[in-house]
Design a binder for this molecule. Structure first.
Ligand code: UDP
Ligand code: MN
Length: 290
């Protein structure tokens, strides 16, 4: 038994699957539990037939999980991954920010890079045939169930600045098929001696699945597109809106004013009050109708 009581698997698959498909997110502290609450409410409004699974670590107290239970989420307790001490040191917040500084945006203080790797526990959810992982800092704005038919491993490009962004995927949304074989292979690859993954799970997944399949960019519309590439913005086509870097529930951050309409939308989903008709929202000024 480990200290958390979850055993060597590090996960407690309590409850039963209600579907062979699940949307999965991860929360390791109260801040991301707030994010997951808005995400779960947004998913419920799409009338999805899939389960909503929340992987949560011991860093989340039970009151923070209550809204998620009330939204009918399957709560799955898990530990952080069993990684070597040297791996954990290399991927501490201070080391990641020092070795590979973030120059384009700022990560909130409550973001721990090491916790990101815990997403890989999705591959342990073997009572599902297909899962769509979605970061807790995202909203689903229309029904996206058809993407469960996409193959492993599918993700959208990490587009928020320029054409060069198409070379990389963003791991905030991905389609995967849970199997323990894959999970074990991932753990072995992840913690090879001296391995350093500068953008954590994202760099790892892109390396592990070099021939990744593409999801449309609308399946992971990054918030910086709003001001950097407004021609790409079209509310009516957005499946997933992803608040990468600064979070909409931070009291104040360097881009609060620029992102006000997006922050307001997130708060509507978080509280459940005055959620607007998405297709009627105004696009950013320089957008081009699709
Ligand atoms: N996460 C978490 N706790 C952390 C860091 C990350 O629960 O301390 C989870 C959460 O689901 C989050 C995701 O991992 O949405 C990835 O982190 P984040 O969204 O902050 O990264 P970004 O999208 O800004 O690159
Ligand atoms: Mn994110």
């Amino acid at each position: 038994m480990t200290q958390s009581g979850l055993g060597v698997e590090g996960i407690a698959l309590s409850g039963t699957a209600g579907s062979h498909q699940a949307f999965v997110t991860l929360v390791t502290n109260a801040d991301y539990a707030m994010g997951a609450t808005a995400l779960a409410r947004s998913l419920r409004r799409t009338d999805t037939t899939a389960d909503l699974v929340v992987l949560h670590t011991g860093g989340v107290e039970s009151p923070a999980l209550e809204p998620l239970a009330a939204l009918g989420c399957r709560l799955v307790a898990c530990d952080l991954l069993p990684l070597s001490e040297s791996f954990n040191n290399r991927h501490s917040r201070a080391n990641v920010h020092g070795a590979a500084p973030f120059t384009k945006g700022r990560k909130p203080a409550f973001h721990s890079p090491l916790d990101n790797f815990c997403k890989l526990r999705l591959w342990q959810l073997t009572d599902y045939e297909r899962c769509i992982f979605i970061d807790a800092d995202a909203l689903v704005l229309r029904n996206i169930d058809r993407y469960f038919a996409y193959p492993e491993f599918s993700a959208a490009p990490n587009v928020y600045e320029s054409l060069a962004d198409f070379h990389r995927l963003n791991s905030g949304v991905f389609v995967a098929r849970p199997t323990l074989e894959t999970f074990d292979a991932m753990l072995a690859r992840l913690d090879e001696p001296d391995a350093f993954w500068p953008r954590t799970d994202q760099t790892f997944l892109q390396t592990f699945f070099p021939d990744w399949h593409g999801l449309p960019v609308t399946m992971n519309m990054l918030q910086y597109v709003w001001f950097n590439m407004p021609a790409l913005w079209n509310w009516a086509s957005i499946g997933v809106l992803h608040y990468q870097y600064e979070k909409p529930w931070e009291k104040d951050h360097p881009k609060t004013a620029q992102l006000q309409p997006l922050n307001d939308l997130w708060h509507a989903f978080f509280t459940g009050e005055n959620i607007p008709e998405i297709a009627n929202l105004p696009n950013p000024p320089a957008s081009s109708p699709l």
